[in-house]
Design a protein around this ligand. Sequence first.
Ligand code: UD1
Ligand code: CA
Length: 465
Amino acid sequence: MALEVIVLAAGMGKRMHSSLPKVLHAVAAQPMLFHVIKTAASLNPQAIHVVLGHGGDKVEAALKQLSPELQALVKVCYQKEQLGTAHAVAQALPQVAASSQVIVLYGDTPLTPKVELERLLAALNEGAALSLLTAEPDNPAGYGRIVRSATGALQGIVEDKDASPEQKAIREINTGMIATTGALLQEYLPQIGNNNAQGEYYLTDLAGLLVQAGQNVVGIKSAPENIELLSGINNKQQLAFVERLYQEHAANQFLMDGLTLADPKRFDLRGELHFGQDCFIDINVIIEGKVTLGNNVVIGAGCVLKDVAIGDNSVISPYTIMERSELKVHTTVGPFARLRPGNVLEDEVHIGNFVEVKNSHIEYGTKAGHLTYLGDSDIGANTNIGAGTITCNYDGANKHRTTIGKDVFVGSDTQLVAPVTVEDGATIGAGTTVTRTVKAKSLVVTRAPLRAIADYERPTKKPKA
Ligand code: UD1
Ligand code: CA
């Protein structure tokens, strides 16, 4: 049977105190709605219907950041007035086939575990008309309660605001995630009224209606270890809680897969991380985009890595920032280095402290140890770049390349005014400004001669008036 998912995301999220629609607030640097859409997509549905309302235009624009495959699955519909969760589902219903199985998810519950949704679907496939995910949290206050008969048969759901004191004592709550069919939604949603404490059309009333109609409704208790993952986000405090939960789960998974983390509580994943054997990540490292580590890679404290691949046996020393760069094997970078986009560092390259590298290809074994800017450059193997070397790649209007051969010695405090070429084996004396081609194996030096003035007296401070 085909599956369609409906994601409710029309609420405004008043308690976020923000101009950004609630479902666009980020968990692990991604709108929380994207997490829900990805989980939904992992169930291989035919379509994911996202119901938008408050700030819907902003949400729709944000959806364009999803991958083309996900965008093709997502169908947007609008709920102009937020009249309740049943009304929200009704807005998507014209697009849903009667013959489909349907799962309803909330856009503000980003960590909903896939396994629990699979259990809802399994119950449908075993004959239930409606399966709903329940939980027994320590504090049920605020949630809809699951009302069962003396024999344990599910009778209905009562919202917190409508519950009697006896019903409020019920510990089993409604998480909000349900599975049913398009046909049943078409038949029963129109029968839901809004005669309740909030004057809303409650999707939760579907349970009672189906039970009264003699249909099989099952409440499936989520596994205790998944209860926290079903936490919805209504305010910044809950957002922070869910962010930590996400990070804790990601870190634990990495530990189980063999990554060594100095402290799983001080590690932030804001993208994907892939790693080989025996990698070590020190505290306060941030991973963004797609990061790949080979075997035996060490990442020092406080590094920020975005879209980089780092080869075997490389060591990235503390507080190094790098983006869109490829590092081959046995490279050493940092501390306090910055790799801006577009670099390839071949085997055994060394980039030291306070060195900035951008859009550069650096060959085997070359070293730039200190205080240097290498931008738009191609540098051959086994070259030494002295402290304070600057590629002057920008003439105020255009960028130009600097080409340096192999076995070159660039003395400290050299300026290379691009476009310029230094050929293999050349030597550049300290303090030189290179403005034209340096021939292979030659020495160039531009240095004002040293003057010496004997018995020089320094100026002294004038006494204050
Ligand atoms: C809902 C459930 C409650 C459950 C709780 C779990 C109902 C009536 N109640 O209550 O049983 O315990 O979730 O968190 O369903 N939304 C719309 N349009 C609307 C109203 C809501 O899109 O008109 C969306 C919200 O943006 C949100 C979700 O539906 O993503 C849930 O709505 P919310 O108002 O937060 O429901 P709760 O009162 O928390
Ligand atoms: Ca809610």
